[in-house]
Design a protein around this ligand. Structure first.
Ligand SMILES: Cc1cc2nc3c(=O)[nH]c(=O)nc-3n(C[C@H](O)[C@H](O)[C@H](O)COP(=O)(O)O)c2cc1C
Length: 157
């Protein structure tokens, strides 16, 4: 069982709804779920005790939603090294936006990698051109993503 820290960026609610569905699944499976609120980068540092899952749509031209952008910029400013942090990214976007497709998820992924965090599996990109139900794609992806999480080392003390 693991503790999952969820950071969510959403404008119109699709990413938020997706995150709620994932949280319900994780809870059913016996995991802990903690929602990251606000813009204190310490919440990302603290997530290293478990696993971070970033779930974000993209707005503007490859931009992060206002619900997640302050945390992203504060994290980039403080720039804590996070070698012990494992994370996953679910990016919602629309491929008709071309080069900025899923840009917010990509930016968060790149920042975490720069900070030394380790992504588990591939980033999931969900295209609004292909589905009206992003939560269904995310729920299909989740079990195989969970299976890639290595067991946490047991403290023998
Ligand atoms: C004004 C606006 C700008 C958008 N810009 C992008 C973009 O640059 N890249 C992208 O992949 N999707 C873009 N999208 C698509 C959204 O990311 C996508 O529809 C997503 O599913 C919305 O999720 P949400 O309801 O959680 O905000 C944009 C949507 C809107 C309405």
């Amino acid at each position: 069982m693991a503790a999952f820290h969820l950071a969510v960026g959403s404008v119109y609610g699709a990413a938020e709804h997706t995150a709620e569905q994932l949280a319900a699944y994780l809870t059913e499976q016996g995991h802990q779920v903690q929602w990251i609120e606000g813009d204190d980068p310490q919440a990302i540092v603290d997530a290293a005790e478990g696993v971070l899952l970033v779930i974000t749509s993209t707005t503007g031209s490859g931009d992060l939603p206002d619900t997640l952008a302050p945390l992203f910029f504060a994290l980039r400013e403080r720039f804590p090294m996070l070698p012990g942090l494992r994370y996953g990214v679910i990016a919602l976007g629309d491929s008709s936006y071309g080069e900025t497709f899923c840009g917010a998820g990509r930016q968060f992924d790149e920042l975490l990698a720069e900070l030394g965090a380790k992504r588990v599996g591939e980033r999931l990109q969900i295209d609004a051109c292909e589905t009206f139900a992003p939560e269904e794609e995310a729920l299909k992806w989740l079990p195989q993503w969970l299976s890639q999480l290595e067991p946490q080392p047991v403290n023998a003390d």
